[in-house]
Ligand binder design. Structure first.
Ligand SMILES: Nc1ncnc2c1ncn2[C@@H]1O[C@H](COP(=O)(O)OP(=O)(O)OP(=O)(O)O)[C@@H](O)[C@H]1O
Ligand SMILES: [Mg+2]
Length: 235
């Protein structure tokens, strides 16, 4: 049984149907990437999965439970965390205070929780007392990700973890995601624009286009597909 099993998800905003029956699985300990053109519905799929917007049809199961109608805070309590594409930190709080907010369901972060953040992202350690809003977009992304990990989720949804990072830091972010999966057994579902780099660290990937599944397969399978390359990977 997959850890996350989304079936025939239909959803959207107001009268606009954006997702027309999307299927998506994440197995335990997998890294899975969703790629696809701008406006394809990638972020919408994450929001529908996490309960930020309603599913009009379809079901989302997580760890064997039907979570389709749960609100986001209830989904978090089930062990599924979400890092949005934008505005994902508390800008007026310090780095350390953001991590404390991330941990609130469990109480306060332990010393070893904090230490693993400082080890993984040394820049956050240097800036632990700085206001989150005064950091670069990439640094805020590292903080948002670290905050979500404070409750030790089984699955992390991350919308564009490499967004805002300088090009030479993009691979580093993907290496950290692999490390997080390996060290904490957290499965990761990410949306990415740096499709080649993301797929190269992914067990599996999905291509979404116009709110529908277009392709799915192993990370390497998608990278080696001429059709996927021509339509979705550029060059
Ligand atoms: N809050 C919203 N209200 C109304 N329409 C929205 C909203 N958010 C997104 N949309 C629309 O839904 C469609 C899919 O958007 P979505 O953000 O899911 O795409 P995406 O694949 O994540 O794109 P990108 O790669 O640019 O992040 C787009 O047509 C977008 O305009
Ligand atoms: Mg998006």
């Amino acid at each position: 049984m997959p850890l996350l099993e989304a079936r025939n998800i239909v959803s959207g905003y107001g009268d606009a149907e954006i997702l027309h029956g999307v299927d998506l699985d994440v197995k335990r300990d997998e890294i899975v990437t969703i790629i696809g053109p701008n406006g394809a519905g990638k972020s919408t799929m994450m929001k529908a999965t996490y309960g930020l917007i309603d599913c009009w049809e379809g079901t989302v199961r997580f760890n064997g439970n039907d979570i389709t109608s749960l609100r986001p805070n209830q989904v978090t309590q089930q062990g599924l965390c979400y890092v949005p594409q934008k505005e994902n930190v508390f800008p007026t709080l310090s780095v350390r205070e953001n991590l404390e907010m991330g941990a609130y369901i469990d109480g306060t972060p332990t010393q070893s929780d904090l230490q693993s953040v400082w080890d993984r992202f040394p820049i956050l350690s240097e800036r632990r007392n700085q206001r989150a809003g005064s950091m670069s977009g990439g640094q805020q992304q590292m903080l948002a990700l670290s905050s979500a990990l404070m409750i030790d989720p089984d699955l992390l949804l991350v919308d564009e973890p490499s967004a805002g990072l300088a090009p030479d830091l993009v691979d580093n972010m993907f290496d950290r995601l692999v490390e997080i999966r390996d060290e904490t057994n957290t499965a990761i579902l990410m949306v990415e624009q740096n499709a080649r780099q993301a797929l190269s660290v992914s067990d599996r990937g999905y291509v979404l286009d116009m709110g529908e599944n277009e392709f799915e397969g192993d990370g390497t399978e998608l990278l080696e597909s001429d059709e996927v390359a021509a339509l979705y990977l550029g060059e």
